[in-house]
Design a protein around this ligand. Structure first.
Ligand code: SF4
Ligand code: SF4
Length: 287
């Protein structure tokens, strides 16, 4: 018979997660600032279950149409729904208070209520990378995360023994040029590699946020003066209120922003994770 931890993990995978792991809340006290720990959010929390889901399919990585990338966020809703369902099942089956955390929950500005990178790393789903500290999974490359904070004691996984980044190919390139593929793709990324390990990672958040996080309210507020200065009334209306607000994925201002993932497009770990085993040969090579 499987343990409750194994049972909950299996349920998460059945609900659509690509990867799942468990972190002990006690570990957060060594790393996370007060006010942003799981037991600051749910009194008596003991465990965090982290659900990882690939951000994009291989086809989306191959597409040059930014809307297909932007719209792929809808697929992450399934990840959040899975986390919400797991929280509910723990309450029903085991009687422990549980809540779901997704990446859209912010305290102030870009500060999340709770980091999802930290539990993902503590639960062994990947390690921080040169590319702005993105958590890279060896099996899945770039993933999005949601978490369940619970008062239930579960068996923690612990972090990976070996870092996923830098890849051997990046180490070789760095030794020759002092650059990695992600550094070459983006000026927001800088750092040093020593003895095949990340020694220092420098990420210019203000550069990345204006390219990668442009679907957020902060971006809309930043663009508001330019929207109001648009002379064409029809276009001004489109920019200000979106394309008739067809759904939740049609936020105001849609049509004026992009969504940057260039550092991951060139990352060998991500490319390898998304290589297809079957299909068109050019698709296998392109990813
Ligand atoms: S997401 Fe885009 S802007 Fe941000 S670090 Fe990667 S390449 Fe640079
Ligand atoms: S390209 Fe990927 S594996 Fe290589 S250093 Fe950058 S994030 Fe790490």
């Amino acid at each position: 018979m499987s343990s409750p931890t194994e049972h909950i993990k299996r349920q998460a995978l059945e609900l659509g997660a690509d990867a799942v792991g468990v972190a002990a809340v006690a570990e957060f006290h060594r790393h996370a600032p007060e006010g942003h720990r799981p037991d600051d959010i749910l009194k008596g929390a003991r465990s965090v279950i982290v659900l990882g889901k690939r951000r994009y399919t291989t086809g989306q990585w191959l597409s040059s149409n930014i809307d297909t990338v932007h719209r792929a966020r809808a697929g992450q809703g399934g990840r959040d729904a899975a986390a919400f369902a797991i929280a509910g099942r723990i309450e029903k089956d085991y009687g422990h208070a549980s809540l779901m955390i997704n990446p859209g929950m912010f305290d102030t500005g870009l500060v999340p209520v709770m980091s999802l990178k930290l539990p993902a790393e503590l639960a062994g789903l990947g390690t921080r990378s040169m590319a702005g500290g993105i958590i890279l999974s060896r099996d899945h490359g770039l993933m999005g995360f949601a978490a369940v904070v619970t008062t239930m004691v579960l068996d923690p996984d612990g972090p990976l023994d070996e870092p996923v980044c830098p890849d051997a190919a990046c180490v070789a390139l760095y030794e020759k040029t002092r650059r990695t593929p992600c550094m070459n793709a983006c000026r927001a990324i800088d750092g040093d590699i020593e003895d095949g390990r990340l020694k220092r990672v420098r990420w210019y958040m203000q550069l990345c946020a204006t390219r990668a996080l442009t679907t957020m309210n902060a971006a809309y507020i930043r663009l508001l003066p330019e929207i109001m200065a648009e002379p064409d009334p029809e276009r001004r209306k489109l920019l200000a209120i979106g394309q008739a607000r067809k759904g939740i994925e049609d936020p105001p201002g849609r049509g004026i922003w992009g969504r940057c993932i260039e550092c991951m497009r060139v990352c060998p770990v991500n490319r390898r994770a998304h290589r297809l085993e079957k299909g068109e040969p050019h698709a296998q090579q392109a990813c």
